[in-house]
Design a protein around this ligand. Structure first.
Ligand SMILES: [Zn+2]
Length: 87
């Protein structure tokens, strides 16, 4: 079993294809990762559950920051445009 380059933990096998009930149960126990129905040439065979979760959280945070940043910018633009009237 390969070890995670990030956290040095044991990696988990990624299973592709339609998850049969035993596979689904194994995924719930954290023994396999369900990779989706279709495996491509570059689909990873091993994944790290703790790092995968961490990465997903980081991605989510990044997207949230981008949304907030965009909102802040559009608000600044709106306020900048209306500043002359308010003064
Ligand atoms: Zn890891």
């Amino acid at each position: 079993m390969p070890r995670c380059p990030d956290c040095d933990g044991a990696m988990t096998r990624i299973a592709y294809g339609m998850p049969a009930p035993p596979l689904r149960e194994a995924a719930e126990r954290g023994e396999v990762i369900l990779g989706g129905c279709v495996a491509g040439d570059f689909s990873p065979k091993w994944g790290c559950i703790p790092c995968g979760t961490l990465r997903a959280e980081k991605e989510k945070q990044k997207i949230m920051e981008q949304v907030i940043d965009r909102l802040r910018k559009s608000r600044a633009e709106a306020e900048g445009g209306g500043a002359g009237i308010l003064d």
